[in-house]
Design a protein around this ligand. Structure first.
Ligand SMILES: [Zn+2]
Ligand SMILES: [Zn+2]
Length: 166
């Protein structure tokens, strides 16, 4: 599926191909909540980095993700790069040089209508803000930290993977 995306001020526009376009995963970690999730969570999909077409790259900046060091309570930068528009602040996508074939666009900056997921997976609930109401019941799965399957595996399990088979 070809996706068009843009930041709020339109300085950054992009298109990218995704075989895994369902925005099913809500991440309540502090990075997603503070940078891209005013409702309490961020939502990323996964797309093919090699297919990215981009206008406005000069306006883009990135910040790193962090790991929490429980021994020192320090935040330690990791290699994950979280790109945003320097003009309007829109969170655009995450990219990790350790897995260069993927980018992880935030669903909120995709302008193409994304398919509605048949199930929502809530992750990083250990870090959810106390005011966030987390849906329970049928159609919702919950993880205190990382989920038990990748974005690719989730799409395959639901018969929704659209890409080449390997
Ligand atoms: Zn912008
Ligand atoms: Zn997160």
């Amino acid at each position: 599926m070809r996706l068009e995306g843009s930041c709020y001020c339109k300085a950054v526009r992009f298109s990218v191909t995704s075989h895994t376009p369902y925005p099913y995963m809500r991440c309540y970690c502090s990075a997603c909540r503070k940078t891209a999730g005013s409702g309490g969570f961020g939502c990323n999909i996964m797309a093919e980095a090699a297919s990215l077409e981009l206008a406005g790259e000069a306006e883009m900046r990135f910040h790193h993700g962090y790991e929490h060091d429980p021994d020192t309570d320090a935040l330690v930068e990791n290699e994950n790069r979280r790109y945003f528009c320097s003009r309007c602040g829109s969170a655009l996508w995450a990219h990790d040089p350790r897995w260069p074939q993927w980018i992880y666009p935030f669903a909120g900056v995709i302008d193409t209508p994304l398919p509605r997921p048949p199930e929502i997976v809530h992750i990083m609930l250990d870090f959810a803000a106390p005011w966030v109401a987390i849906p329970r019941g049928e159609g919702h799965r919950h993880f205190q930290r990382y989920p038990d399957e990748s974005i690719l595996e989730w799409h395959r399990r639901h018969g929704l993977y659209e890409g080449p088979t390997d």
